[in-house]
Design a protein around this ligand. Structure first.
Ligand code: PMT
Length: 395
């Protein structure tokens, strides 16, 4: 049985007066796309940087600014707006607003809302490097942590004032990843997962190699979802164009042999091993030291068989819970089940290779001792969540 989907989460997004307010617009778009209900509340000065009309259009809800705005039934927006919220995020959070938070001041709607909250508060600082480094700001942020208020960032880099350093607000995608992780139930807390992803690259000469079309999307989605669920995740990845997932120990490899080494070095104490990588079954026996010249009409490569990483892990004396993927082009479920038995796996995920590799979504069937569990085609992030929920049931 797969676990039911979580109910939609709801977030109050507080915007204070910083140039990074423009990033809040993109953040709202990402949150809404992920079915998170967003109520925007802005300070009066924040409206100098981005208009409530923009935020209303993106969030699909009226935006509140002043204490005396009409629109909340009982006339108490400072209580009502956060009553059903699962969290409040202040992004951008100015140095001034943070100072106000720490002293429990409540002289506008947003600060009053924060003081009257009954849910977690997260802040994403955004300020010039000198303001961030000022001892007063540093003191304030230390106190935030002591008050159980989560601080997201700041990032480092070029600033609107022309300087470079710490104080930039995190990008919308980074803040979204934090919120997504915050809202995910920690069903894998205390668990350690090792995951392989992407294709491997078997070199022929210094500039040519044998690889395949795996993008890494499926494996990265599983690594991110597992980290969001509270697991300690190590991702061993072949070459991909994807940024490493957040909060994941990332090991980059090229060949099947280097992937094998990385897995074996990290396999101890793992609770779960998931082989998502499309590992090359064969590699050239010899790698030419120099670029092979186009002299002969034909070229023959001798290949030797690579070690099967998943099978070797599953046959260790004390193996972790082993999950394989089977990429098949015909008799998908039947061939996958055969692989599950031969490799001694608790669970295998069967997918049709041409409609899975490189795509953003996937259709899979989970196969375990209890039979087949087909999942409907969905984004890889959704498949990842459903797979991990299934694994926790089996664990
Ligand atoms: O990366 P994407 O573009 O998102 O595509 C995802 C995917 C199609 C690559 C993924 O969903 C998938 O099916 N991965 C497994 C691909 C594969 O190599 O399947 P296989 O049937 O050849 O291998 C079976 C299992 O043994 C896999 O878990 C594989 O990681 C593992 N294996 C295979 C060979 C080998 N030498 N070592 C291994 O560990």
């Amino acid at each position: 049985m797969l676990a039911p989907m979580q109910k939609n989460k709801s977030l109050v997004l507080g915007i204070t007066a910083g140039i990074a307010a423009y990033k809040a617009a993109e953040l709202v778009r990402l949150l809404i796309k992920a079915n998170i209900d967003v109520q925007v509340v802005m300070t009066e000065s924040a409206t100098q940087f981005i208009t409530p009309t923009t935020m209303q259009a993106l969030s699909g809800k009226p935006v509140f600014v002043g204490m005396w705005d009409e629109g909340v039934d009982n006339g108490m927006p400072h209580i009502e707006l956060s009553r059903n919220a699962d969290a409040i995020l202040i992004a951008p959070a100015t140095a001034e607003f943070v100072a106000k938070l720490l002293h429990g001041r409540a002289d506008d709607l947003l600060s009053t809302l924060c003081l009257a909250r009954d849910c977690p508060l997260l802040v994403a600082p955004a300020m010039n490097k000198q303001m961030w480094e000022n001892p007063a700001t540093q003191r304030n942020f230390k106190q935030l942590a002591a008050d159980n208020i989560a601080v997201l960032g700041p990032g480092s880099g070029e600033q609107a004032c022309g300087e470079t350093g710490d104080g930039r607000m995190l990008e919308a995608t980074e803040l979204f990843a934090h919120i997504e992780a915050h809202f995910t139930p920690k069903i894998l807390a205390d668990k350690q997962l090792l995951i392989t992803a992407g294709a491997t690259l078997e070199m022929i000469d210094p500039v040519r190699g044998i690889t395949n079309l795996s993008s890494g999307k499926m494996g990265y989605a599983i690594a991110q979802a597992a980290a969001n669920m509270g697991a300690k995740v190590t991702l061993v990845s072949g070459p991909t164009h994807l940024p490493p997932p957040h909060n994941v120990a990332f090991i980059s490899v090229n060949s099947a042999a280097s992937m094998y080494e990385a897995v074996m070095q990290n396999i101890q104490n793992q609770d779960v091993f998931i082989g998502v990588a499309a590992v090359a079954d064969y590699a050239p026996t010899e790698v030419a030291q120099h670029k092979i010249k186009k002299t002969a009409d034909t070229l023959t490569l001798t290949l030797h068989r690579n070690k099967d990483i998943l099978a070797e892990v599953a046959h260790l004396p004390n193996p972790p819970f082993c999950v394989g993927f089977a990429a098949e082009s015909e008799h998908v479920v039947e061939y996958a089940e055969k692989k599950r038995i031969t490799k001694k796996l608790a669970l295998i995920v069967a997918n049709e290779v041409t409609s899975a590799m490189g795509h953003d979504d996937n259709q899979v069937t989970l196969i375990d001792d209890n039979g087949n569990h087909p999942l409907v085609r969905a984004p890889k992030s959704t498949i990842a969540t459903q797979l991990l929920e299934h694994i926790t049931h089996l664990l």
